[in-house]
Design a protein around this ligand. Structure first.
Ligand code: FES
Length: 321
């Protein structure tokens, strides 16, 4: 996907407060047609027009993949972020017209698995909501372990536990409850796949623990979209486009490239998919790599940057764009 392609013109049908931090949005097509099909784990990129600025943020689709009348997402408010979630919470109202991308799935279920062991932390529950509905239609075997800070901040806990009382296990941080991952991993049937979505620490912990217990990497799936970080403004020369741009304090390099009218590829906009990888032609300064795509060797080589999340601090950066 790249800017300008695969967009859906939508109207905001509902805005529903889930709890103090999370709000749910439901989108329907403006042309009255059905939404494109998607599978559990897919995300859409929501375009937010905020004055003369456009933000594009990825959100997991949480609605039933079999329901093509609408898409739903849940947005967790981040008071210290770059403003995308605040825009959604404070400015988006029912009836507003917006643009979202076609769905892309970077966190799909491996349907060859004999069982799907799902581990969610906080707002990381959203892709699992769609996956559980998908498995419900297909009769798939799953178990969800869901860690939340408090009962008041546990999004969708009641509906999940009511629908699947034997399969959903909730852990409350403020009650000092924690997932006993080692025990959980030891008791799984052959052919089980693990899926984790939540904070970075949780994802790293699951990968590390699974590796230590002999699980193959191919059976451990994770999704974490990193939010681009704010930082010192810097300028960049785009060699192919013959343009010099400035990346603002609260802007990502990818957003600055797009704002200059230069087409740039992306899928996740969160440092995870590799789609935006861009060649560095020259540099004098230091890269601030925030992605989890480039290898250590690639970072040391200073020949690549992931503009969706990474920044630069220095005198000169020239990109092949
Ligand atoms: S768009 Fe996915 S890593 Fe940048």
């Amino acid at each position: 996907m790249s800017a300008g392609t695969s967009k859906i013109a939508v109207r905001v049908a509902d805005v529903i407060k889930v709890n103090d931090l999370v709000t749910r949005f439901r989108f329907v097509r403006r042309d009255g047609r059905e939404m494109p099909t998607f599978s559990g784990g897919a995300h859409t990129v929501v375009e937010m027009k905020d004055g003369d600025r456009t933000r594009l943020n990825p959100y997991s689709l949480m609605s039933d993949p079999a329901d093509r009348s609408a898409y739903s997402i849940s947005v967790r408010r981040d008071d210290v972020g770059r403003g995308g979630s605040l825009f959604m919470h404070q400015k988006v109202k029912p009836g507003d017209e917006m643009v979202i991308s076609y769905p892309v799935n970077l966190f799909s279920l491996d349907l060859r698995a004999s069982k799907h062991l799902m581990l969610a932390g906080g707002i990381g529950i959203t892709p699992f909501l769609a996956q559980i509905k998908q498995l419900g239609h297909a009769g798939g075997n799953f178990e969800l372990h869901y860690s939340v800070r408090t009962a008041a901040l546990g999004s969708y806990v009641d509906e999940l536990t009511a629908a699947h009382p034997d399969r959903v296990h909730v852990y409350y941080d403020d009650r000092k409850q924690a997932i006993d991952l080692a025990r959980l991993l030891d008791g799984q049937p052959l052919g089980t796949h693990i899926y984790v979505c939540g904070p970075k620490g949780m994802i790293d912990w699951v990968h590390k623990t699974a590796r230590a217990h002999g699980w193959p990497e191919s059976a451990v799936h994770s999704e974490e979209f990193l939010a681009p970080q704010s930082g010192k403004p810097f300028s960049v020369e785009l060699a192919r486009s013959a343009k010099t741009i400035t990346v603002g304090e609260h802007e990502s390099l990818l957003e600055a490239i797009e704002a200059a009218g230069v087409e740039a590829p992306y899928l996740c906009r969160g440092g995870a998919c590799g789609q935006c990888e861009t060649d560095v032609l020259a540099h004098e300064g230091t890269f601030i790599h925030n992605d989890h795509w480039l290898t250590e060797d690639q970072r040391k080589g200073c020949k690549k940057i992931m503009p969706c999340v990474s920044r630069f601090d220095g005198r000169r950066l020239v990109l092949d764009r």
